[in-house]
Design a protein around this ligand. Structure first.
Ligand SMILES: CC(C)(COP(=O)(O)OP(=O)(O)OC[C@H]1O[C@@H](n2cnc3c(N)ncnc32)[C@H](O)[C@@H]1OP(=O)(O)O)[C@@H](O)C(=O)NCCC(=O)NCCS
Length: 140
């Protein structure tokens, strides 16, 4: 398994993978969740915090991170359904954490849908604990 930064040539393949992994990217009632737009915006930001995992020629997984000088965040961690349970998610998180730590990031946060019990188990196994906070957001 190879972990590499996502580049422009990967965009179509990442969009295809995300449509298989994240059901919200196929929800016509949520047009704001457009995977291509999100990927293009992240690549244009140019922070180098967006990776894929490849097994030979096959794109298997992605992870995205952000760091603002105070906290790091992880986003869009997803492994192709046929490749789960083999440690790929764990590998990508370790890579993202190492890249954030290398930039001086002291703490990493992650938001997980209440309903995503598999992801809750994954993050607990990766050493993440719930913080006593409520997550708020506002669309711009
Ligand atoms: C969550 C996800 C990324 C995990 O990826 P993965 O490659 O299957 O995870 P790993 O094989 O690295 O698992 C590491 C550990 O997490 C735990 N784990 C992972 N998935 C789990 C699940 N569905 N239920 C319970 N525990 C789980 C296990 O303890 C596992 O260790 P083990 O293999 O020694 O048992 C993957 O299931 C996925 O892509 N889900 C859909 C997208 C998603 O929900 N992303 C997270 C959004 S916050």
């Amino acid at each position: 398994m190879q972990i590499q930064p996502v580049v422009a040539a990967d965009i179509d393949a990442v969009v295809g993978l995300w449509r298989e992994i994240f059901p919200e990217y196929n929800d016509p009632t949520r047009p704001q969740r457009d995977p291509r737009t999100n990927i293009v915006r992240k690549l244009a930001f140019g922070d180098g915090l967006f990776w894929l995992a490849r097994d030979g020629d096959a794109l298997v997984a992605t992870a995205m991170a952000g760091y603002d000088g105070h906290r790091g965040w992880l986003y869009s961690l997803g492994v192709h359904p046929s490749q789960r349970g083999k440690g790929v998610g764990r590998l990508l998180v370790a890579h993202a954490e190492a890249e954030l730590a290398r930039r001086g990031c002291p703490k990493v946060n992650i938001q997980v849908l209440d309903s995503n019990s598999g992801a809750h188990a994954f993050w607990r196994a990766a050493g993440y604990q719930p913080d006593p906070v409520v997550s708020l957001g506002r669309r711009l």
